[in-house]
Design a protein around this ligand. Sequence first.
Ligand SMILES: Cc1cc2nc3c(=O)[nH]c(=O)nc-3n(C[C@H](O)[C@H](O)[C@H](O)COP(=O)(O)OP(=O)(O)OC[C@H]3O[C@@H](n4cnc5c(N)ncnc54)[C@H](O)[C@@H]3O)c2cc1C
Length: 462
Amino acid sequence: MTDGQTRIVIVGAGVAGLSAALAASEAGASVVVIERAPVSERGGNTRFSGGQMTAVGQGGRDGTGSGRRVSREKYLADINQVTQGRTDKALAERFIDGSEETRAWLFRHLVDSGFQTWSRGAELSDGLFGAVERRGIEVLYETRAVGLIERDGRTVGVRVVRDRESHELEGNAVILAAGGFEANPEWRARYLGPGWDLVKVRGSRFNTGDGLKMALDAGAMPYGNWSGCHAVNWDLNAPEQNELEYSMLWTRSSFNHGIIVNQRGERFLDEGEDVSVLIYAKLGQIILAQPGRMAWQVFDAKASSLLSANYRDERSTRATADTLEGLAKQMPGINQGRFIATVAEYNRAVRTDVPFDAATKDGRGTSGLTVNKSNWAQTLDTPPYEAYGVVPGITFTFGGIRIDLDGRVLDVDGYVIPGLFAAGEMVGGLFYFNYPGGSGLTSAAVFGRIAGETAARESQAA
Ligand SMILES: Cc1cc2nc3c(=O)[nH]c(=O)nc-3n(C[C@H](O)[C@H](O)[C@H](O)COP(=O)(O)OP(=O)(O)OC[C@H]3O[C@@H](n4cnc5c(N)ncnc54)[C@H](O)[C@@H]3O)c2cc1C
């Protein structure tokens, strides 16, 4: 596999790697993409995802792909708020400022692949592979990158393992887009902490930190929230490792229309702190800290029409009953008496003087509770009642390596590592503690495209 041809070597075929491949190819470079998964499981977390890309633009959706449109100011304020001011502002501005243009660019590629829009990650992924294949870009499947090759101080290629044999693949530059370490229980326990080895994985089984290890071994600077991750409410009985056919099926993010209780029968977080897209990604961590590392989302009939469609799937871990006592009997392990008392206390605390409005942050909260609910508080009094068993489901890890604004990897002293670029989940410094919905795909696409353009430009100049 060593042929000496001038080219850009890209590791990982998710949205970051494929955006890099398309951008580098458009800039005139020859590109090869290395992907660890077989064709049947290709696409990384991108393929598992909901496909929602939040971008700057006028409110609503304009048909060019799925996801919210927000103002630049709102996007920056959201990422700043959810990261408690820790986000790297220069990096955040870079991807937010590139979001609208990059989404339109992706959309053009998808239209050329026969898609009118994308509403799920599978369509986004298929469209990107279609675009890459049409440009004649080679994708080597079942090929695992394990190390970087450096010559005269420049990263020029990767060592790969294929069919248990080692090969070297060389070019002019390497773009790492191999995801985080969310599918590696040993690294999760090591960096995220005790208990994280036990959580269910929502996305690709191939994102085990290989790209990060290769970069760190080459002297890249660790950056960002290495003890933090995106983790959500996920079905209690979902498989330990998600599969492509289920995609988002096990996600339980309509919690703001009810209450969440632990096995002690107690509430432990503000279910209505903010809109779901601004808090859902931090709740997995809070559930992990509860007894048995699990919780129950509880709703009454008033919330029934507000729950997302996947709650209705027959595979949901759901209990229903016409009384709260009957419901509690179907919630194995819960302190039934305390649960009934918690609902009664909650019902008494709901501020019925404020009108309920599911469409906005309505300010209809509770008052006087140790843990209040800030919005969308409705009494739980209308049967049938429903309870959904949930556990933490990890999406991706926040710790990464440091890049400059053109996608170049920086070393531990802050200098550029010549020939080495990174994008996607591997980029550290964007997300801390929490995450604004729809910014994973967007930041991965923007930084992938930037890395592809920079790598092609610098390789041609070299
Ligand atoms: C269930 C779920 C729902 C989501 N929904 C959304 C959403 O709606 N909106 C949003 O913005 N984000 C969402 N996300 C997050 C989003 O999917 C990721 O942030 C984004 O896809 C990251 O892109 P990436 O290219 O960095 O990683 P990936 O798409 O994961 O691609 C990484 C690739 O690298 C490959 N790889 C790993 N190691 C090696 C190696 N050693 N050699 C070769 N290849 C390797 C992997 O096989 C994989 O294909 C969701 C994630 C999940 C799991």
